[in-house]
Design a protein around this ligand. Structure first.
Ligand code: ZN
Length: 376
């Protein structure tokens, strides 16, 4: 679900993208509004009017969330934190940080500005709505404005709950971090509250659903699920980052990896290498000791079995690229995130043209679990 992203536009130096899942959510929101909330609140309008109101409402919500996320990004930039951009995904937005905040104050300011900006947006919409009522603006138009005032106030309230990684949870974490000076402990406490709040929402969602409030119940359930897993994941990520901090790829790589030559047949590759060593990736090294690329079981699978005795490694090998090759001095974290992105569990480690080794996910994980175990 996450990963397929569409670039929308660039504003103030930040790339704004939407995750594919957001399109589904946007349609669900427009549908909930035009078949649920608006017909209930404003009786006697046409179906078409409800749909226009629903779509405009969803777009308004979308723009409100972008402003909310921008406020985070601008404050983060002020504190010198590198931001990758803003991605709108399943439940709202995410200002993407590449690292943890540098200190409690930076995190506090960064998090607190989110709900504050939503409150301001709600206030502006409410002022427009009040002026609209006084001026006798038609119900459909003013109804959407009223909805946007309400939904932004709700966003602010929801984000104030001290459940990490919601904004309120980040504020809590920064305060705990400031008091004790221990980011790990602060993250553990606030993400525990975060996952607890997630479970509460899931239970509320189920109760609502069986109580007959299907749409509302479904929303609470989904938001609860999302929050629960996000809280768990954030803590895991922090542990990983801490445990691997300052370690280079060199520490984990195998320096004498099993390699294959470009003129080897796929038959031989499978029989004498894949079935013997059980690795999924083999660096391809030519006679002159130059790394030409690598071959993985994925490429072998693409060739029909009856052609394995004719096709050679050079016919299917992939070149070394930023996706499968890393330098021995690179951060181990970088290797992990590359593996995470391309779904491979092994990377080629290259020093100049020469093969320095292979780094495997399982070796890094072994190190990680030992370090986490010894470090509690
Ligand atoms: Zn926020």
């Amino acid at each position: 679900m996450f990963g397929k992203r569409i670039n929308l536009f660039k504003l103030l130096g930040f790339q704004v993208r939407i995750d594919f899942s957001w399109i589904i959510i946007a349609v669900l929101i427009a549908w909930s509004l035009s078949t649920g909330l608006f017909p209930f609140q404003f009786e006697g309008l046409s179906t078409q009017t409800y749909w226009i109101m629903g779509i405009v409402g969803a777009i308004g919500l979308f723009l409100s969330i972008i402003i909310h996320e921008f406020s985070h990004s601008l404050v983060a930039r002020k504190y010198g934190m590198p931001m990758k951009g803003i991605t709108l995904f399943i439940f709202g937005g995410m200002a993407e940080m590449t690292d943890e905040p540098p200190n409690p104050k930076a995190e506090f300011m960064m998090a607190a500005v989110g709900p504050i900006s939503s409150i301001i947006i709600a206030g502006i919409f409410y002022a427009i709505y009040s002026a609209g009522v006084a001026a006798g603006i038609p119900k459909p138009v003013n109804g959407v404005v009223q909805y946007l005032a309400f939904i932004n106030a709700l966003l602010a309230a929801f984000n104030t709950v001290p459940a990490f990684p919601l904004d309120g949870g980040r504020v809590l974490r920064s305060v705990l971090w400031g008091i004790k000076g221990n980011l790990r402990w602060a993250t553990r406490v606030s993400s525990f509250i975060g996952s607890g709040f997630g479970v509460l929402l899931i239970v509320l969602g189920v109760l609502n659903f069986f109580g007959g409030n299907f749409i509302g119940g479904m929303w609470w359930f989904l938001i609860g699920m999302f929050l629960y897993s996000a809280a768990k994941m954030s803590y895991q990520q922090l542990l990983t980052r801490r445990a691997l901090e300052g370690e280079s790829v060199r520490r984990f790589m195998k320096t004498d990896p099993v390699t294959v030559t470009p003129d080897m047949t796929l038959d031989k590759l499978v029989e004498d290498y894949v079935y013997v060593f059980h690795h999924k990736m083999y660096p391809v090294v030519s006679d002159s000791d130059r790394v030409e690329g690598c071959v993985t079981t994925r490429q072998i699978k693409e060739v029909p079995r009856e052609e394995w005795n004719q096709k050679r490694v050079r016919d299917v090998q992939v070149k070394c690229s930023e996706e499968n090759t890393i330098s021995p001095d690179a951060d181990a974290i970088k290797a992990l995130s590359m593996m995470n992105k391309n779904g491979e569990s092994r990377l080629i480690v290259k020093e100049g043209d020469r093969l320095a080794g292979v780094v495997a996910l399982k070796d890094m994980l072994k190190f990680l679990s030992l370090r986490v175990e010894l470090d509690t």
